[in-house]
Ligand binder design. Sequence first.
Ligand code: GRF
Length: 209
Amino acid sequence: MKKRIGVLLSGRGSNFEALAESVEAGRIPDAEIALVVSNREGAEGIEKARRQGIDARVIPSKGLEREAYDKLVVAALQEKKVDLVCLAGYMRLLSPHFVAAFPQRILNIHPSLLPAFPGLESQRQALEHGAKFSGCTVHFVDENLDAGPIVLQACVAIEDADTPETLAERILREEHRIYSEAVRIVLEGRYRIEGRRVLLHAPKGSERK
Ligand code: GRF
């Protein structure tokens, strides 16, 4: 049976597109994107998903308490029998109810080398801090902002001429690459968690003889 991925987003959806392409190309094997949800009307990612024939729903969060809203989203994900939830530019903190519904089954992508520069505008934060390197992080999600055990990271050098936009563009390329890789690792169960550390197992067939 194919593993079923649910993607939550609030905007452009380029990480969703990268995941969808990886599923299509077999870089994330035996998987399908079963549902895309946006909390915002007009999120480009929803249109992109619909054009690919993927069930994509807007569930507006405006005016709802965090937990009441999360219950709606969790119900939709459960109805679609989602195995793994991928946050991809989803601009909301998850409630304990949401996290408990998918234990160690929620991933997020963040455009910095966590724990540096959590929150909004991470690329600007990195530049203003004078960091020489930044990058991106795929991590398991808990109730805290940009916390949770780290699955993969990629490093990007910061150049003197960088603006938040040019840096974001180079980081985004790495995001698209490592998010798919991390989803594959998690769906294949090729890891174990010890404390905060996610220890990766070698892919099948690659062990030394
Ligand atoms: C990405 O930079 C991601 O790391 C952050 O939000 C942005 C979403 O971009 N969490 P997109 O919607 O996937 O294009």
